[in-house]
Design a protein around this ligand. Sequence first.
Ligand SMILES: [Zn+2]
Length: 184
Amino acid sequence: MSGPLSWRRAGAPSRSRAVFVDRDGVVTRWLRGFALSEADVVFNDEVIRALGEIDRERFALAIVSNQSCVGRGLLSVEGLRAIMDRVVAGMRARGAELDAWYCCVHAPDEGCACRKPAPGMLFAARDELGVDLAASYFVGDQASDMEAAARAGVRGLRVEPDDAAGVRARLAEAAALLDGAARR
Ligand SMILES: [Zn+2]
């Protein structure tokens, strides 16, 4: 069993912390089924703008996403990479430069260590990006996102699907927490 499919931006500076984000329902519009082509990718513009306001001197920004459509035989690895290329470009165009992404491509019955709610993708990000998980955040709209965060020791920020106002509010609360931690 191999690990998640991943990508890192060449030349991305190293940061000690990260904001992890789910893809479907957060960065892109929630779909009832799988995103199997670039045409299925509809951006949540206001969510991405909010992510663009994160303090990028301190925080890396990375997507952590389950994409079992690959393991189910519905989409090729190349197809997923093409979709993720579109996500990276679309986020850049909307002001949020992604540093990395991690996608679990396994089917649920493969028993991998990366499919959320397992924490494997967050551990991979820790090892590859060098971030402190205990000082990092995970913005997600699913219970599995919050469970993965908890199991990795990351602070979970739960939002509703396609909820830009919620993303802004949770990030603002997180910033306050950080300020409080810095004062102690
Ligand atoms: Zn996996």
